[in-house]
Design a protein. Structure first.
Length: 268
C-alpha cells in the first residue's frame, strides 16, 4: 500500500481515537428517506445518458483543487445536479482530501440526488457519524472485515458501495451482500491510473452474476478525463462512472459534468 494511503489510515485512526464518548453510539435517525441510487442509474441509462457520480473534491494526495466550505460544496453539487449527474459524491476525509461532514450535510440538504459519503471507513463508529444514501467501503482496507461492515451499513440504512482494485479484492466484494461494486482504476500500491483495470474486472462481475443469478451495479472510478475515457469503461461493462478531479479542474463544473453525462452522444 502506498505511503500516502498509509498516512491517511494512520491519521484516520488518530481521529477515531479522539472521538471518545463524543460520538453518538445509537443508530442515527436521519430526517429523510434514503434515495434510491440503483433506480436512478437505471433511469439515466434508459434515457441514453451516462450515470455520472459527480464528486465534490477539495484535494487529492499531493494536489489541491480548491477551498470548498459547506456553502461552496452545496453550490457545486447543485450545478452537478442541474447538469444531469445521477448522484453526488462528497469527500469527508479532512486531512489529505480536506473534506468534511459539514460538506456532506450541506450537499444532502441542497440536492435531490442520492449522496455518497466517500471516506476511509475503518471503524464502526464512523458509520454512526452521519447519515447519507450511500457509503464507501474499501475492500483493500477492510479485508476480512468487509462482509461485517457491509451488513452493518445495510442495517443502518446505507447503500454500501464496495470499492475494489484487483481480482482478490473483487472476490471479497462478491462474497458480501453489496449490490454496488466500484472498480478503482488507481493502483493502491503505486497510485498510477489505468482504465484497463475496469476492462479486466467488469467482465468478471458480469460472469459472476450470470452464474449466480445476482445483479451488481458496476461503477468505474478514477482516471476519466474525456468522453472517450467514459465510453471506454462503459463499453467494458461499467454501469456508471465516478468523476472528481476532472470536474474540479474545469472552468465550469456544470458544463464538464454535462459533457460526461452526454458522453455516449459525443464523437471525438
Amino acid at each position: 500500500m502506498h505511503d500516502s494511503i498509509l498516512h491517511i489510515l494512520n491519521t484516520t485512526k488518530t481521529r477515531i481515537q479522539a472521538f471518545g464518548t463524543d460520538i453518538h453510539t445509537e443508530e442515527p435517525q436521519p430526517q429523510f428517506q434514503k434515495r434510491n441510487f440503483i433506480a436512478a442509474v437505471a433511469a439515466v441509462r434508459a434515457d441514453g445518458r451516462v450515470p455520472v457520480i459527480a464528486e465534490v473534491k477539495p484535494a487529492s494526495p499531493g494536489k489541491s483543487f480548491r477551498e470548498i466550505p459547506p456553502a461552496v460544496a452545496a453550490e457545486l453539487a447543485w450545478e452537478m445536479e442541474e447538469a444531469g449527474a445521477v448522484a453526488i459524491s462528497v469527500l469527508t476525509e479532512p486531512g489529505v482530501f480536506r473534506g468534511s461532514l459539514e460538506n456532506l450535510n450541506a450537499v444532502r440538504k441542497t440536492v435531490c440526488l442520492p449522496v455518497l459519503r466517500k471516506d476511509f471507513i475503518i471503524d464502526r463508529l464512523q458509520i454512526q457519524e452521519e447519515g447519507s444514501d450511500l457509503i464507501l467501503l474499501i475492500a483493500g482496507i477492510l479485508g476480512k472485515e468487509l462482509n461485517a461492515f457491509v451488513d452493518l451499513a445495510l442495517e443502518k440504512g446505507f447503500e454500501p458501495l464496495v470499492e475494489v482494485h484487483n481480482r482478490e479484492e473483487l472476490e471479497l466484494a462478491l462474497e458480501t451482500n453489496t449490490k454496488i461494486i466500484g472498480i478503482n482504476n488507481r493502483d493502491f500500491e503505486t497510485l498510477k491510473i489505468d482504465l484497463a483495470t475496469t476492462e479486466e474486472l467488469a467482465p468478471l462481475i458480469r460472469e459472476y452474476d450470470l452464474d449466480h443469478g445476482t445483479s451488481h451495479i458496476i461503477i468505474s472510478e478514477s482516471g476519466m478525463n474525456s468522453p472517450g475515457d467514459v465510453r471506454r469503461v462503459i463499453q467494458a461493462g461499467a454501469d456508471a462512472v465516478l468523476i472528481g478531479s476532472a470536474l474540479m479542474e474545469s472552468d465550469s463544473v456544470f458544463e464538464k459534468t454535462k459533457e460526461f453525462v452526454q458522453s455516449l452522444c459525443w464523437r471525438e
